[in-house]
Design a protein around this ligand. Sequence first.
Ligand code: UD1
Ligand code: CA
Length: 451
Amino acid sequence: MPVSLVILAAGQGTRMNSDLPKVLHPVAAAPLLHHAMQAGRALAPEKVVVVTGHGAEPVGAAARAYDPDCAVVLQEPQLGTAHAVAQAMPLLAGQPGDTVVLYGDTPLIRPETLESMLLARARHAVVVLGFQARDPGRYGRLITTGEALDRIVEFKDATDEERAITLCNSGVICADTALLASLVAAVGNDNAAGEYYLTDIVELARARGLSAGVVTCDEAETLGVNTRAQLAEAEAAFQARARAEALENGVTLTAPETVFFGFDTHVGRDAVIGPNVIFGPGVTIESHAEIRAFCHLEGCHVSKGATVGPFARLRPGAELAEDVHVGNFVEIKNAILDEGVKVGHLTYLGDADVGEHTNIGAGTVTCNYDGVNKHRTRIGKRVFIGSDTMLVAPVTVGDGAMTGSGSVITQDVPAEAVALGRAKQVVKPGLAPKLFEMYKAAKAKRQKGQA
Ligand code: UD1
Ligand code: CA
């Protein structure tokens, strides 16, 4: 059955005490909004509508950055969750199948949970995701009779007896798209908050003789971020889950609690991740690769058998082929390193192509930026770049060539040539002891002057 997704992201998030709209605060190097969109993506939705309000422009841009095909609607003013869903429904008019409503500030919902909600739709017209709350606080309460959900009562409107219920509303709701449109259109605002509550659709559906049901999940999945403390809590929960999944998938984590994953990090089986490794967005580590201690990686691809670090930084566009070695204090950005390349120490490769089995000596720098434009460095196969070579781009070094240590390479080097770009050495026999004496005398004179 086709599925549509509505993601509510219009709220202000006052308690974050921030200039940044709440749903743009990051967990695992991605905005909260992307987490909600990623959970929903697992349902292969035909249509995705994101409802924006506060910070509509950046929130809409972030939504499109994740999914260029998503629709963004503006809810202005924000009159409640049912009103928010109602803004999205015209975009789903005539769309067959079900709609799942998610909150943009709830990053930990698992795709499996959403799938079980869709399955429960076989038994109920409206399916609500609930959870047993340790501390039910101000959550909406689910009023049930056996399996059936009678209605949802908001905390503000609940009696003491209802407030004693611990089965709470996560906010995630699923129903047939046309039915949802007609239900949210019927919701009024006669309640303690004067808001249009999405939760009222349950009672409305029941009044039409339709059935409503609850699917439950672990409370941890429903954590909504309203404060910085909850943001930190969500980060910790995400990382705990990502570490457990990596271990489960056959990845070695030497010190799991010190590894931080990005929301979309892929690590292959039998890869080894050392202590204190941080992954930003867009990282893929293939099987049998090793990332040693204290590395920082983002937007990069590390192939099978490659080793990185300790203390290496891979930035966006770093592409390491099989068996590449990147060692300590090396930074790679927007550079393709072919099979077997070795970059052992203290090097910057930016905007570069490096051919297979080339060796880059310590302290090499691709001088890629002239203050205005970036330029590319092209290094062929089986090249030997001597230590402390400055490659002033744009520049090309041909296959099998060599550069002398300390060279500043400003002109292309043909294949198999040796390029030396440094001052000729001068040797003065016997001069060193005389210089030492001169320096000592000068120092003694200075110290006498100070006394
Ligand atoms: C809502 C539920 C409550 C549930 C709780 C779970 C209603 C009426 N109440 O309460 O039963 O236990 O979530 O966290 O639905 N939003 C909009 N436009 C609006 C209002 C809200 O887009 O006009 C968005 C917010 O940005 C947020 C989400 O909807 O992402 C939930 O809104 P919020 O005001 O936090 O609802 P709660 O009062 O927490
Ligand atoms: Ca909330």
